[in-house]
Design a protein around this ligand. Structure first.
Ligand code: GLU
Length: 376
């Protein structure tokens, strides 16, 4: 990829997930490194000023907890979980303090694997992120380390950040790490090792490069990054790996400077392929729409309101995938429903202003929000 292509790609990035590795914000001896938080907050604020939406996925809870409790070693899972619980609040407090200097609010979002596997929680999480971003608040995500059991852990924040990028329909995953990018060999051992600027597709040759110890933590670091980049590339989302300890690394990366390693998306532009569609592969019910609702969905900007629904089929809960068909029986759209089948049956044909009186409460005006809907 030539430099101007990188610039063009970065110019089109509106929503970016920035993954911050423990290695760049913590040190064994000092715990959380103040200057790094200040630098990240300043650069995120600049990105926001440029009209971008930023979601941070930050590690560092365990490391901060270990430092706060003056532990020398971490023995066993309960101790690790205790350290995460102690460290997470310190981590967020640090971010809060530094973002405040730029008049930006932050929000803590702790996720577990269950939250994305369960459709209801997946939709809830999506809606929460959308609301936070609309309010101009920076979500700061981590795994809910203190409650999650080992078997169902994301395990590492590379994987988590990939899922978050999918969840929020990001245009880019930017991984800030303590390495410069992907090298052809271990640069500490091989004087001929070269930094790879762009990876078009992650094949066996590329994977073989990750077997050397490329990060302080060893091999796992690069392998999980490649796996995440691969998954996102398939969904049309590029991943950029840059050294987060560089001055203005985040800003320069977003400006399109040729830093780090860019893993290109597999050709499918993000807008054309909604990533979450994978979650709607299974359809649990059918909503029959009148001609007005079909036209409203087809025009590309409207949500599905209860008033346009004429009949409901199937048993489904909030958050599940439903198919929308027009009066001619043809499928027009698919989406994630805000209301279960029983509730839709009661509010169909009604105005959104009547939902509360009918159901006793109203969480949403729309049965399917535009953001959670794909017109076929
Ligand atoms: N969630 C862990 C923490 O905050 C980090 C996991 C990782 O380093 O990938 O300490």
């Amino acid at each position: 990829m030539i430099e101007s292509d990188r610039k063009r790609l970065m110019k089109g990035v509106r929503r970016v997930v920035v993954k911050v590795g423990s290695g760049i914000i913590t040190s064994r001896s000092h715990g959380l490194i103040k200057e790094r938080f200040a630098a990240i907050a300043a650069q995120v604020a600049r990105a926001v000023g440029d009209g971008r939406e930023v979601i941070l996925v930050s590690s560092g809870a365990v490391a901060a907890g270990v430092a706060a409790m003056s532990l020398r070693e971490l023995h066993g899972i309960p101790m690790r979980q205790a350290a995460a619980a102690v460290g997470q609040s310190r981590l967020i407090w640090k971010y809060e303090k530094h973002f405040q200097e730029h008049r930006l609010g932050v929000a803590q979002v702790l996720l577990t694997q269950d939250d994305v596997a369960n459709r209801r929680r997946f939709l809830n999480a999506r809606n929460t992120f959308a609301t936070l971003l609309a309010l101009g608040i920076i979500p700061i995500v981590n795994e809910n380390d203190s409650v999650v059991v080992e078997e169902i852990k994301f395990g590492d924040n590379d994987t988590l950040s990939g899922l978050v990028a999918t969840l929020v329909d990001a245009d880019l995953l930017l991984i800030l790490s303590d390495v410069d990018g992907l090298y052809t060999a271990d640069p500490k051992r091989d004087p001929d090792a070269r930094l790879i600027g762009t990876v078009q597709s992650i094949d066996d040759t590329v994977r073989a490069m990750a077997t050397g110890p490329t990060t302080r933590e060893g091999t796992g670091g690069m392998i999980t990054k490649l796996r995440t980049a691969q998954r996102l590339a398939d969904l049309g989302i590029p991943t950029l790996l840059v050294n987060g300890t560089l001055d203005d690394g985040l800003t320069r990366a977003l400006a399109g400077d040729k830093l780090g390693t860019l893993f290109e998306a597999a050709g499918v532009p993000k807008a054309a392929k909604k990533h979450w569609l994978a979650h709607v592969a299974r359809v649990d019910g059918v909503l029959h729409l009148d001609a007005g609702a079909v036209a409203a969905l087809r025009d590309g900007k409207k949500s599905l309101l209860p008033s346009g629904i004429t009949a409901v089929e199937g048993h489904f809960e909030m958050g599940e995938g439903v198919s929308c068909v027009g009066p001619d029986g043809r499928e027009v759209a698919r989406g994630l429903t805000n209301y279960g089948a029983a509730d839709v049956a009661r509010i169909k044909g009604k105005k959104s202003s009547e939902i509360e009186a009918i159901l006793g409460q109203k969480a949403y005006d729309e049965v399917i929000h535009r953001d959670n809907l794909t017109v076929l």
